[in-house]
Design a protein around this ligand. Structure first.
Ligand SMILES: [Mg+2]
Ligand SMILES: [Zn+2]
Length: 182
C-alpha cells in the first residue's frame, strides 16, 4: 500500500538546533511540534525523521549519545501518541561522499522500499536547503522552515523548487491546504 509521508528534519525543525546537539541538558522540543505532528497524523500522513548527524563522523559525539538524545525526542512524541515510523540518520562527515547524507535521496528511496512511501505524495520539511533539495531529488515536495538555520539558508535556495514558511506549524498548514497527490 502506498502511503503519503511527511519526512521531517530534526534539528531546527522539531527541536532547537544547538550546534551538533547530543547532550540531554541541551534538548528542547519546539512548543508547536506535538500539535503540528498530531494534525498531520489526523490528516492521514505518516511520519519519518531524516537527519544528518555529521558530529558522529567528526568524532564530536558517539552513537550512544545520539541514541539517548534522539530517544528523548521519540519518547516525548510517543507520550503524546505520535509514532514515528522510521528515522533515517546519516552519521558521516560531509567529505566522505556517502550516499545517505541529505540531499542524497537514498533515505527516501529506502522509505519507499521499506515503508511503502508514495514519494510523489510526500513532503520534506526542514531548515536547510539540503532538505528542500532532498525533496526535489526524490520527487517529493519541499518546505523550508525559518526556524533553526532557515533564515541563513533561505538565500541559498536559488532555483530549488520549494515553499518557505515561518515554522513547522506553518508548514503543516501549507501541507493541509494543498490538494493531496496520489
Ligand atoms: Mg535541521
Ligand atoms: Zn551518510
Amino acid at each position: 500500500m502506498d502511503r503519503a509521508y511527511v519526512f521531517l528534519d530534526r534539528d531546527g525543525t522539531l527541536i532547537e538546533d544547538v550546534h551538533h546537539g547530543h547532550r540531554l541538558e541541551d534538548y528542547l522540543l519546539f512548543p508547536s511540534t506535538i500539535d503540528s505532528l498530531g494534525r498531520l497524523r489526523q490528516a492521514g500522513f505518516r511520519l519519518a525523521i531524516v537527519t544528518n548527524q555529521s558530529g558522529i563522523g567528526r568524532g564530536l559525539f558517539g552513537l550512544d549519545d545520539y541514541a539517548r538524545y534522539h530517544g528523548r525526542l521519540l519518547d516525548d512524541l510517543s507520550a503524546a501518541g505520535l509514532e514515528i515510523d522510521a528515522t533515517y540518520m546519516c552519521p558521516h562527515a560531509p567529505d566522505t561522499g556517502c550516499e545517505c547524507r541529505k540531499p542524497n535521496p537514498s533515505s527516501l528511496l529506502r522509505a519507499r522500499a521499506e515503508l511503502g512511501a508514495d514519494l510523489g505524495a510526500s513532503w520534506v520539511v526542514g531548515d536547510h536547503v539540503s532538505d528542500v533539495q532532498l525533496a526535489a531529488n526524490a520527487g517529493s515536495r519541499g518546505i523550508l522552515v525559518l526556524t533553526g538555520h532557515g533564515e541563513v539558508e533561505r538565500p541559498k535556495l536559488g532555483s530549488t523548487p520549494g515553499t518557505v514558511v515561518a515554522d513547522l506549524a506553518a508548514a503543516v498548514r501549507h501541507i493541509l491546504a494543498v490538494p493531496r497527490r496520489g
